[in-house]
Design a binder for this molecule. Structure first.
Ligand code: ATP
Ligand code: MG
Length: 322
């Protein structure tokens, strides 16, 4: 028989909605039984796990045709440890995960878990990655709603499409990411505002307010200043992203370089990367790694990495017209 601890942890992981842990523990029980000579039982447990995986792999289509508007990713590998952010920010994301996993406990006390999130901040600082981490950690699919397509492609019927997206949110539990949210989130009374966008935003405000689904809804924007004030109170949490500080830049460089780090002076490089986003630093690191691979070297050339970072600074200056 499985040990008392195994049973306890198995039950706990079920109530925490932690599917990955549940599967790992179930496999451990199977291995334990096999070692104890209960081969038949071990085989049966493994079969149950495989069958459940097969069933999950079958993708249930949405009722409405949302093709081209919603991208669906399953089994995302991203984990909280991949996200280089301040400890305060990591704590806020951990709180979202914890409340989601223990939503039943909260419900039994008349409380609801945070599930409507607004992520703001400059490009390349981890908003999309965070959505992916949340989906990955909770073993939920990530459904990305392509806001620009929703608005431009279906001008005139955007609100109806948006309603269908919210029907899908209620229909299938997942993490729904409204990326590039400013496409509809611009202030309602802005001069350049077209009537259609205002109608869409009003529809969004009503839909998100009414939403009682089990899904997590995330809106991401890098245009915080443009967002309508009315939006803010519809979200349970507003998380603001920043360019990485020196410590975060060092951690990011070390993480990104991995086994290609060699003798690269990470501290010095982190200083020279000031002002660059996580995304830009990651791209510079990848370029230096590619250079090492093609030159048949086992680690990056610090001079090349330094040059790649300078290239990113240069590109940024150019894009700002400096
Ligand atoms: N905080 C972070 N920690 C680790 N890597 C990061 C972080 N932020 C960004 N990256 C890297 O940069 C890439 C781009 O980041 P991401 O797409 O999350 O940016 P974003 O904030 O959504 O930007 P945008 O506003 O342009 O959509 C990521 O795929 C990842 O490789
Ligand atoms: Mg993004």
């Amino acid at each position: 028989m499985a040990t008392a601890d195994q049973l306890k942890y198995l039950i706990q992981s079920h109530f925490d909605n932690d599917e990955t842990r549940f599967t790992t523990l179930a496999l451990q029980v199977a291995a334990h039984e096999a070692r104890a000579g209960h081969q038949q039982l071990a085989v049966e447990i493994r079969k149950l796990i495989d069958k459940s995986k097969e069933q999950k792999a079958k993708i249930i289509p949405f009722k409405a045709d949302l093709s081209g508007l919603v991208l669906i990713d399953h089994d995302l590998p991203d984990r909280l440890a991949d996200l280089i952010v301040s400890s305060t920010m990591a704590g806020r994301i951990e709180r979202i995960l914890k409340e989601f996993r223990q939503q039943e406990t909260l419900k039994s006390h008349g409380m609801s878990h945070r599930r409507k999130l607004l992520l703001c901040g400059p490009p390349g600082c981890g908003k999309t990655l965070s959505a992916s981490v949340i989906a990955g950690e909770l073993s939920l699919p990530l459904c990305t709603i392509l806001m620009d397509k929703l608005v431009t492609k279906f001008m005139g019927e955007t609100s109806a499409k948006l309603r269908q997206v919210f029907d899908a949110i209620a229909e299938r539990r997942a993490v729904y990411l409204f990326d590039e949210f400013d496409a509809i989130g611009a202030e309602r009374n802005m001069d350049n505002d077209v009537g259609e966008i205002r109608r869409v935003l009003n529809a969004f405000l009503q839909l998100i307010e009414r939403d009682q689904s089990d899904s997590l809804i995330i809106a991401a924007t890098n245009n915080h200043a443009m967002l309508d004030q009315a939006l803010f109170r519809r979200f349970d949490d507003i998380i603001t992203y920043h360019l990485p500080d020196e410590k975060e830049r060092s951690r990011l460089l070390t993480q990104r370089l991995g086994r290609y780090k060699g003798k690269a002076p990470v501290g010095k490089l982190a200083k020279s990367a000031e002002g660059l986003s996580h995304g830009e630093i990651s791209m510079a690191t990848n370029d230096a790694i590619k250079d090492a691979i093609l030159a048949n070297r086992k680690s990056v050339d610090p001079k090349v990495l330094s040059l790649m970072l300078e290239e990113r600074h240069e590109a940024k200056r150019r894009s700002k017209g400096q």
